[in-house]
Every structure is written in C-alpha cells, then in structure tokens.
Design a protein around this ligand. Structure first.
Ligand code: NAI
Length: 735
C-alpha cells in the first residue's frame, strides 16, 4: 500500500527552496494540503520576499495539489499555524526546516551572529511547534520534524552558533517525543545532506547537483506518516542513504572509595577505563542513566566494583574483586520450596495478567465453575519464582548484592497443563554463571513437580549489575536462547491496556518487590513511578498468542521464551506482534503509546493440532517427528537415560490397521541409541499402537494405562517396564 497523506494538513517552514520545497511538493503529490511557508530571506537571514513561497504553491496547484503560501518568519510561530487553520481547518504535520547561516570563526562570532541563528533555528522551531501542539494533542495525532545538522552532532569549524542551535533542536525533540507520546504526537530529528543554496558555498558544484533534495524528502514523509511509530529518533539522511544514531556510554569506572575523598589523581589514573568503549551501554532514557548512577552509591558503600585509587593498599584492591566463583556456584541446589495452588491463585493470576470478563473467551480462566476451568500456562513461573526468591544470595560462590539484581530473560516449558489445585514442589539449581563484563548472568533452572510428576521447567536469567569481571565464560550451551522474529510484517497484532492498578494486582500472585508499588522505592531505582512486573507483560504476551493461535486452549501451550528489554508503566497499552512459523509463534511486545519494545527475541512454542501435525511428516506418520525428537534427546543426554531406564523398547506403529513403522529405543547399551526397524528379539518390551493413539498418549490426551486396558496399546514382554515410558515420552522427549 502506498503511503497517502489525503486529509492531512502539513506545514513546511522555509519551503520556498532547497529541501523544504522538495518536502512540500512530495507531501502535496500524496494528497496532503500544504502550507508553504517562506520568508524569502537571503541565506544570512536578510531581506524578505513572497516570490519563493508563491512559486512553490503555483507548482503544486499546477499538478492538481492543494497548497497555500505563508510569508511570515518562523519567529511568528502562531501566524504560521493560524494560516493552516484558516486555509484547511487543522494541522497534522510540522516540518521545521527554515534556516539560515552566519558562519564565522568562534572568536569573530558577534552577538547578532549568535542570536539570529538561535532565533531562526531553535526559537523559531519552538514557537511554531508550540503553536501546533495543543491542536495535535486534542486530535491525538501529530508528526513533527526538527532539522539538525551534522555540524551540531560532530561540530564544524566556523559554525559554533549554528552547531549549538542545531543540537539544541535535538534536545527539544527528545523531550517532545516523551511528552507527546501518549497523544500519538511523534517528534524526530533529521540531519540532512543535500545540495542547496546553503551548501553551494561549501560543496563543489557537481556534488551540489548530485546530492538531490529528492533523496531526503521520502524519509521525511515516512517519519510524518500515521503508520510510522518512530519517535525520538535522530537520523542522518542524504543521497538516498539513511542511518540512525544513538548514544553510547562506556562502562565507566568508579573513582572514589568509601569514606575517602574523590581526587583528580584517581580520575587521571582511571582515565583509560573511563574512556574504554568495550562493552559499552546504549542508554535510552534519563531513568536508565540515573539508575546506573544511583547504583554507584551502593557499590561504593559495599566496596563492589570500585577501582583502586592511587593511595589504595592491597586490601582495597582485594575488595574490588567480584564475589562470584562459578566453579563453586554451578550445580548448587537451592532449598526446595512448596506452593499450594487452588482456583484462587489461578484466577488471581489471570486477573493479574489482564484477563477480563469483558471477553467471553476468558471465563474459563476466571470462573472455577466453568466446565473447562483452567490455569493459564504462564502461571508456571509463579511456584518456581518462590524457589528463586528463597535464597539466591545464600548460594556458595554467589556473593551478590540483591539490590543489583535484574531479571533479564525467562524460559518456561510445560510438560502437562498446570493443575488448578494441589501442592507443587520446586527444585532450583544454578545451571551456569556467565561473566558479561558489566555484570554476572546467573542461569537458574527450576523443575516443578506435582508428586513425582514433572509439571514444568523454568530458566531464570538473572543479571547482577556490577558483578562481572570475575574471568568467567561469556556464553553457555545451557542457556535457552532468544530468537529474532522474521523480517516481514507481523501476521497478527493484539493490544490490551494494562490498568493503573495492574502491578498492584499482579504482585498478589507472589512478587512482592516494592519496586512495583512503592513510589519512593521506585524513585530510588531511578523510575518516575512504580513499574509493571516484567513477568506480567510476559503473561499478557503469552495469552495473546494463546488467543490468536490456540483457541485459548492451555493444552496447546508448550514453551515460552522472552527477553525483558524495557519497563512498562501500569496503565500503558501492551501490544503483542506475532509471527507464526510452523508450531513456533515469534513475538515482540511494545508499549503502544511509545512504540518502545519491551519484550524481544521472544517466542511461544505450541503443540500442533491434529490437522497441523498430520500434514507434516513425509511418510504420513505423525509419530515420526516424535521419534526424531527422542533420537535427538538420546544423542544429547543418552547416558543419563540409560542409567535411569536400562531397557530396550520396541515399537510397532500401525496406520489404518496395518504395520506402518518400527523403532527400537535402546536405553541399555552404551550411551543409548534410536534405530528404525524391527527389534529382532532384542527388546525387553514391545509396544504396538496406532499412529493416532501414540500421538494422543504423547500429548497427554490418552493415559497409557487406559490405552492398554481398552486394547489401544498392546504390550509384549516385560509389562512393568511400561512405567518407564513416561520418562522417555514426557520428561525427556520434551514434546
Ligand atoms: P535553503 O536555504 O535552500 O532553505 C532554507 C529556507 O528557509 C530558505 O528558503 C529561506 O528563505 C527560509 N527561511 C530562512 N529564514 C526563515 C524564517 N525566519 N522564516 C521562514 N523561512 C525562512 O537551505 P536548505 O539546504 O534547504 O536547508 C533546509 C534546512 O536543512 C535548514 O534548516 C538547514 O540548516 C538544514 N540543513 C541542510 C543541510 C544541507 O546539506 N542542505 C545540511 C544540514 C542541515
């Protein structure tokens, strides 16, 4: 679909020539009503003429477009917006483009050179934008462009006045992006490069001719279109190329120590570290920036991660080393915890992640009397979380500061639909500890059981800020990885507003961290207000997938993985973008109001429906996939299975009453193996079952005992060994 501006009213300042003229023509060509503003000044801001704007308006009209001219200076901001209202009744887009130059070396820059540049560029953009702001707010739509310059971003000889004003516009834009986001007013900044009368004095004529304004205008149009969710961005654009810029900050270095003055010598001695961009951070908000500075206070107090000053003795050096020792920590088990589930917990959790009786589909999760009353699959994180809170910092080899702990990623896999009542036991162990430089990443694996039956598995990725640098490895084969979504537009998008009390409600399921309810606690963490739990957004995303692709059937849910990227404030709207690729649904969650990505690299794996899976295997047997998966598992952890099972299983799979496939699962010899073909008398026990019934057993829809007694499953040999089937098909087949 081409991008149309039909019905939109666009003001382009300084549109009598150069880039502005090109923008005006391009907007008009796509249906916008355009106010062509230009004072008709010379490049230094002198003189005045209506000719420039008039010519552009004529050109637009000659092509059948809609435009009016305006000859006021941007310093009369109100008048420009009034011109739009008078001619077209509204204002949707403001492109702040008007500009002049008064280049001088710094020493020769006069007050007038300074003031005039600031008045036209910075103050002019402020006045025009302020005049439009309330109209945009009321109509809940607005797109604003600020025009900066590479001279502002990088500095340029002879342009002190211009550089300062141009980067001032970026600061203005950054704040407007924040203030405007909830009204769907987006503000972005461009630093263009194009041949124009402003650049003809500094560029050779060939270049002026080659760098056409039409290689910039489409970028401006995209940023100003209602489809574009970009907000607060800074872009360099020229010759048809567009690049985005952002801030990068070094890890930095603390240069003072507890109870000691900070000295210039300490700063000097740490200077290389202060300026070392290895493992740099990309800060995106004042909150993030402030939060990291706040952590310095507690680090200095605790002596963690503080560089030794020049006067520090050996004791101070020792206290700077991290309290993490992976050799000791990995494999440590946390004390098991129990969690009692009743319909109350299930319903409270469902409400906590935004389910509502407004949606009739949700009733099965909200009403214990519903015939299909179920627990939401992501409730599986709740009992296991209790295990983690139990005592991560008490684990030997993990001397960590709990105030520095961030929840980085989460993986959850269900082996059975969660029970709506009963007692669950969780066993947590440290799977790995990684050294990420800026912090330590702890992988905590938690298995949750109902009696002896494994119900679900969780992997918490816990980031401990400032605890890195202990010389450990950076990656782990035990980590469940995030997976980026396909490049195409999402296949489905669902959005749901959180309520002002979403975090207050969610915490009742068991996450009592005051960060989510207590404003002063949140402020200490550098947040303007208490933030929503990451696992609450996780619950929103998962139920969106369940609704969109699994008819709200919890038995279809297999696993979920997410990375927590940014906080969500209670009251914001969560939007889940989904891409279906086979049985995997990739997801990305955003805050609708700001466009900020909050969950990334995420996915939900679903069990296929009978129809879906029937169409997959080439041999026409659904069980083939299961055996392939069992084969992979045996390759991965066969040794462990041989120890546990110590038997050879034969399988005869039938289809339409005929023998269709045979398999041997050898978990007795060597490190185990899976072979196709008849067992030849090697099997301790042989099962005969139809392809369909086999799938039902695997998916938990058919109980193996029942299958046996009803004659669906035939067993020859040592019948007792069938009890070990569960181990192969569920716990380890991970189906
Ligand atoms: P241009 O000189 O062709 O266009 C600027 C227009 O603004 C002129 O038509 C001028 O009459 C008008 N103008 C000046 N003062 C005004 C005022 N007080 N009120 C209303 N209109 C006024 O220059 P160009 O190159 O098209 O520049 C457009 C914008 O892009 C400027 O803000 C400039 O600083 C910026 N820019 C351009 C670069 C380039 O490579 N062309 C590089 C970096 C930034």
């Amino acid at each position: 679909m081409s991008l149309s501006f039909e019905g939109r009213v666009v003001l382009v300042t300084g549109a009598g020539g150069g880039l502005g003229k090109e923008y005006a023509l391009a907007f008009a060509e796509r249906g916008a009503s355009v106010v062509v503003n230009d004072l008709g000044a010379d490049t230094k801001g002198g003189g005045k003429s209506s000719a420039a704007a008039d010519k552009v308006v004529e050109e637009i009209k000659a092509k059948g477009g809609k435009a009016v001219a305006n000859y006021d200076s941007v310093e009369d901001g109100e008048k420009l917006i009034q011109a739009a209202l008078d001619a077209f009744g509204r204002i949707d887009v403001v492109v702040n483009n008007a500009g002049i130059l008064r280049d001088r070396s710094f020493a020769r820059t006069s007050d007038l050179d300074w003031d005039l540049i600031h008045r036209v560029h910075l103050r002019g953009s402020f006045l025009v934008t302020r005049a439009a702001w309330n109209h945009m707010k009321k109509q809940k739509f607005g797109r604003i462009i600020m025009t900066a310059s590479a001279a502002g971003i990088y500095g340029n000889f002879g342009q002190a006045n211009y550089s300062a004003a141009k980067l001032g516009l970026l600061g203005l834009s950054n704040t407007l992006a924040i203030e405007g986001s909830k009204y769907n007013i987006h503000c972005n900044t461009i630093a263009p490069v194009a041949g124009s009368r402003l650049t003809e004095s500094v560029m050779p004529p060939d270049l002026v001719a080659a760098l056409k304004p039409e290689y910039v205008a489409p970028m401006v149009l995209w940023l100003c279109h209602e489809q574009c969710q970009e907000n607060g961005g800074l872009f360099e654009v020229g010759a048809g190329w567009i690049g985005k810029l952002r801030w990068e900050r070094t890890q930095g270095c603390i240069t003072r120590q507890k109870n000691q003055p900070m000295t210039p010598e300490a700063v000097r001695d740490q200077w290389d570290k202060v300026c070392d961009f290895t493992d740099s951070n990309k800060m995106t908000s004042v909150q993030e920036s402030l939060q990291s500075i706040m952590t310095v206070l507690s680090k200095v107090e605790s002596g963690h991660d503080v560089a030794a000053g020049p006067t520090a003795g050996p004791a101070a050096v020792a206290s700077s080393s991290s309290g993490i020792n992976p050799t000791v920590a990995v494999g440590q088990k946390l004390p098991p915890t129990t969690f009692s589930v009743s319909h109350m917990q299930c319903i409270l959790y469902a409400l906590g992640v935004g389910m509502s009786t407004k949606d009739p589909d949700h009733l099965r999760f909200l009403y214990e009397g519903h015939p299909d009353f179920s627990c939401l699959p992501t409730f599986g994180v709740i009992p296991s979380q209790a295990a983690m809170m139990g005592g991560l910092s008490a684990v030997p080899g993990l001397d960590i500061d709990l105030t520095q702990v961030l929840h980085g990623e989460q993986y959850l896999e269900l082996y059975k639909p969660l029970p709506t009542s009963g007692m669950l036991t969780s066993e947590a162990s440290i799977a790995d500890v990684l050294d990420k430089g800026s912090g330590a990443l702890i992988l905590l694996d938690v298995n949750t059981y109902s009696g002896d039956e494994l119900i679900c598995f969780n992997q918490f990725s816990v980031f401990v800020v400032g605890a890195g640098g202990f010389g450990g490895k950076r990656t782990s084969e035990k980590a469940k990885a995030v997976v980026q979504p396909p490049q195409r537009a999402p296949d489905a998008v669902l959005a749901d507003s959180t309520t002002r009390d979403q975090a207050a409600l969610y915490r009742l399921s068991g996450d009592w961290n005051p960060l989510h309810i207590d404003p002063s606690f949140a402020a200490m963490g550098g947040f303007q207000a208490p933030i929503l739990h990451g696992l609450c957004s996780f619950g929103f995303a998962a139920r969106h997938v369940l609704k969109q692709f699994a008819d709200n059937d919890p038995s279809r849910f297999k696993a979920i993985k997410v990375r927590f990227v940014k906080p969500v404030m209670p009251g914001q709207c969560l939007q889940t973008e989904m891409w279906k690729e086979g049985s995997r649904v990739h997801i990305q969650s955003k805050v609708k109001e700001t466009g900020a990505v909050v969950l990334s690299g995420a996915y939900v794996d679903l069990h296929e429906t009978a129809e879906e899976s029937a169409s997959v295997p080439q041999g026409g047997l659904q069980s083939e996939l299961v055996f392939a998966e069992i084969g992979r598992r045996i390759k991965e952890s066969g040794g462990e299975l041989v120890k546990k099972v110590n038997a050879v299983f034969g399988w005869e799979i039938t289809k339409d009453g005929k023998n269709a496939a045979e398999w041997i699962i050898d978990l007795k010899n060597g490190s185990g193996a899976l072979h196709p073909g008849p067992s030849g008398g090697k099997a301790d026990v042989t099962f005969t079952v139809s392809d369909e019934d086999f799938m039902d057993v695997v998916l938990g829809k058919l109980n193996p005992q029942k299958a046996f007694f009803s004659g669906k499953l035939k067993i020859r040999g040592n019948v007792m060994l069938s009890q070990k089937l569960e181990v192969i098909l569920k716990d380890h087949a991970k189906l």
